[in-house]
Ligand binder design. Structure first.
Ligand SMILES: *[C@@H]1O[C@H](CO)[C@@H](O)[C@H](O)[C@H]1NC(C)=O
Length: 258
């Protein structure tokens, strides 16, 4: 109990010294009064100046992402190791998933990505995976947790692929294996296919677990089966994929990896 008393005493003596000013200590009171104001104005000026500086600093990092370093990226729209250059195109939106396969609402039309495999379906999937490579500068590359190699055809540039596009490639690879057609898998040996298949499946497992989506999936009572079923067409909070796709298309680097 000694400490709080000590503290109280301290506070009281502090406040006494600042409020109970003995006039006799300050014979030239008017001058002192104006000095106080000068000091106040000075502090106010410093505060405003600092405020403007902070505002400019935060604006710079949002509008000019190239001035924000990969290392300074901690919290915000992007996760720590995502490419800082993509921050301006990250936008969240409510998105109602389509049931895909288990269509029970008349308005819930099958998507172009669903089977049966047609020329149109294959083209739609292909389009998703034709972008994704972007070129970094040496400086940007040096900030990555895992740096990339210098381009052979364009020295001074450093190619990387954005995760989402490789993930879509893997999903498409599995789709083709599930619904095989004449002419699939050209240029791949059986051994290569076995590795590729394993890679894509387990890679996607890690992606799903990494994102850890905790959106509640509601259920409904399915009379025909006398049991509950998932209502897959619920609202999720999603990144606007079109914006990411357009950015990747505009910034596409000339590189292809199988
Ligand atoms: C990427 O960086 C992490 C952390 O330093 C490291 O553990 C991992 O082995 C690196 N991967 C490659 C392919 O170098």
């Amino acid at each position: 109990m000694d400490m709080p008393q000590d503290d109280n005493e301290h506070l009281m003596s502090d406040s006494r010294s600042s409020t109970e000013v003995d006039d006799s200590y300050y014979p030239q009171k008017p001058r002192n009064w104006s000095r106080g104001w000068v000091l106040h104005l000075l502090i106010l000026g410093i505060n405003i100046g600092f405020g403007i500086f902070m505002l400019r600093a935060s604006r710079t990092s949002i509008i000019c992402p190239e001035s924000t370093s990969q290392e300074s990226l901690e919290f915000g729209k992007l996760r720590k190791h995502e490419l800082v250059l993509t921050e301006p195109v990250i936008e969240y939106q409510d998105q109602v998933f389509i049931s895909s396969g288990f269509h029970r609402h008349a308005h819930d039309e099958p998507s172009i990505y669903e089977t049966p495999r047609t020329h149109e379906t294959d083209k739609a999937w292909e389009k998703l995976t034709t972008v994704g490579f972007v070129s970094l500068t040496a400086e940007q590359n040096s900030q990555l947790a895992n740096s990339t190699v210098e381009s052979l055809s364009r020295p001074g540039t450093y190619p990387v692929a954005l995760g989402v596009f490789h993930q879509l490639h893997c999903l498409n690879y599995i789709r083709i294996l599930l619904f095989p057609q004449e002419g699939d898998g050209k240029g791949e040996t059986d051994a290569q296919r076995a590795h590729h298949k394993n890679h894509c499946l387990d890679y996607l497992r890690q992606v799903v677990q990494c994102h850890g989506d905790t959106t509640p999936l509601s259920v409904y009572y399915e009379k025909t089966h006398s049991g509950y079923a998932f209502d897959h067409a619920v609202t999720h909070s999603c990144r606007n994929f079109d914006k990411i796709y357009d950015w990747a298309a505009e910034n596409a680097a000339d590189l292809h990896i199988e």
